[in-house]
Design a protein around this ligand. Structure first.
Ligand code: UT7
Length: 329
């Protein structure tokens, strides 16, 4: 991969909706407690989209910031990928809706469905396009409005999710920098552990699917937790090996923000001190495809990476899927 031209991040932006839903708010909605949520997940609050906001609106806010920070206009864009499991509608794609909103007339646009791993899948896809010379740049956005598919009467899931968007523009970077490796994977056999059953061709929307609450996220939390801990371990080992690096070479670890206990288990395995780990699950909860870019962009905005730093991103989620990457900043 590195024999081709180096590709890396040249612009970043993020957006979370204004409204905050706290654990205290949730205590009034379901049988739960701030103590339970914080001790089991590390989450204190999450942001929730306004009724008039859809995923493309969140993506748009993050995208314009990313374009500005790259010093580009929308018309310069070659490719737009939106990683999401909560598209505005079944079709057209959220990426096409965004392309129009941005005025990115010349850009190809498509959505990518890999749940919480979607952003890393998107980075890998766009990097391949640029390395091979098909395109020169791409806007990759992880954006999700999980509040729209969350059952706020189900305490097993409603405390876990939030809304947001994170965006990067990628393009050619100086030699030695950029993406060094990717490790993507899937275990489709675990698909039923985390899904939204209705509204597709298997189970079209009907009075029954509404009655049975099949338009909401279903998750077997314990099984997904075990999967997460396992693949966070294997994917980080594999992606470091592909980059020719060891765990001691990591300057900043940017994990999917689903549960503080999953992040801590990865930190222990990698012997990472807290200052080398980006944690914002407390503020945003699990925002699916937006989770890794929100963490990456927030770290960049806080000045936590400097040129040449080696960043390890890793995520896991519905599919089941995982995705990891080593990026030299
Ligand atoms: O990005 C997508 C990937 N998703 C994830 O990464 C989620 C992975 N899983 C998890 O993070 C954890 O499994 C959860 C946070 C979902 C659950 O934590 P846990 O420590 O695995 O709890 P548990 O499922 O073992 O449940 C313990 C108890 C249960 O009660 P019983 O059956 O033992 O009496 C639950 O009913 O906690 C109960 N419980 C709650 N209690 C208060 C579940 N949700 C709540 C709640 N408040 N919100």
């Amino acid at each position: 991969m590195n024999k081709l031209r180096p590709v890396g991040v040249i612009g970043t932006g993020k957006y979370v909706p204004e409204k905050i839903l706290t654990n205290k708010d949730l205590e009034a909605m379901v049988e739960t407690s701030d103590e339970w949520i914080v001790s089991r997940t590390g989450i204190q609050e999450r942001h929730i989209a306004a009724p008039e906001q859809a995923t493309s609106d969140l993506a748009y806010e993050a995208a314009i910031k990313a374009l500005k920070s790259a010093g580009m206009t929308a018309e310069d864009l070659d490719l737009i990928i939106v990683a999401t499991v909560t598209p505005d509608m079944a079709f057209p794609s959220t990426a096409c809706i965004l392309q129009d909103k941005l005025g990115a007339k010349g850009a190809a646009a498509f959505d990518l469905s890999a749940a919480c791993s979607g952003f890393v899948y998107g980075l890998a896809t766009a990097t391949s396009f640029i390395k091979t010379g098909i395109y020169n740049n791409a806007l990759i956005i992880g954006a999700d409005c999980l509040s729209r598919i969350t059952d706020y009467t189900d305490r097993n899931t409603c405390v876990l999710f939030g809304d947001g968007a994170g965006a990067v523009v990628i393009g050619e970077v100086p030699e030695g920098r950029g993406f060094q490796s990717f490790d993507l994977g899937a275990e489709g056999a675990g698909g039923s552990l985390l899904n939204l059953a209705a509204g597709g061709s298997r189970l079209p929307a009907s009075a029954d699917t509404l009655e049975n609450k099949q338009h909401y996220i279903y998750m077997n939390g314990r099984e997904v937790f075990k999967f997460a801990v396992r693949v966070m371990g294997t994917a980080t080992v594999d992606v470091l090996e592909k980059a020719g690096l060891s765990k001691d070479d990591i300057d900043l670890f940017v994990p999917h923000q689903a549960n503080i206990r999953i992040i801590q288990s990865a930190m222990q395995r990698l012997d990472l001190p807290e200052e080398k780990v980006v944690i914002n699950v407390n503020k945003y909860a699990n925002t699916s495809a937006a989770s890794i870019p929100l963490a990456l962009v927030e770290a960049a905005e806080e000045g936590r990476m400097k040129e040449g730093d080696r960043i390890l991103m890793v995520g896991f989620g519905g599919g089941l899927t995982w995705g990891a990457s080593v990026l030299v900043w």
